[in-house]
Design a protein around this ligand. Structure first.
Ligand SMILES: [Zn+2]
Length: 140
């Protein structure tokens, strides 16, 4: 029986397309305001009215800002993965990303834990930026 597929990231804007093509190349891109230097994850702008922020590559390092562990699937495609975590990681450049923490036990995830990006390929070939403890060995 075919299992239900997971919702896919929306590629609604040019910014979405730039961001996700960066991920495919294992580059985590954020936008930086040319006026104030504020760094954003795409879709979250600073207050400056200056158009066209520049794209810059983030280091891929950050820390767990907060997280939750789901023990029940709210979408059937995730049923086989429970329990699983959803986390906000704050990049060292400042922006927050919604992601998953991998490479450690759920019980070992801590707020403030240093993490680094891992480019994780889904069964359907989609590459997602997930985060693993910064000291772990797996390559990304
Ligand atoms: Zn600005």
């Amino acid at each position: 029986m075919e299992s239900p597929s997971k919702p896919q990231p929306l590629l609604a804007t040019e910014g979405d397309r730039v961001y996700w093509s960066g991920v495919r190349e294992h580059r985590l891109l954020v936008t930086r305001c040319r006026n104030c230097g504020h760094t954003s994850h795409p879709r979250v702008a600073c207050a400056c009215a200056v158009p066209a922020p520049e794209w810059v590559e983030a280091s891929g390092l950050g820390s767990v800002y907060t997280f939750i562990v789901y023990h029940r699937a709210y979408h059937p495609a995730f049923a086989a993965e429970t329990p699983y975590n959803v986390a906000w990681v704050q990049l060292e450049e400042g922006p927050l990303l919604m992601t998953n923490i991998i490479g450690c036990e759920l019980a070992d995830i801590r707020i403030g834990m240093p993490v680094r990006v891992v480019y994780d390929e889904e069964a359907n070939g989609m590459i997602l930026p997930r985060f693993a403890p910064a000291g772990s060995q797996s390559s990304g």
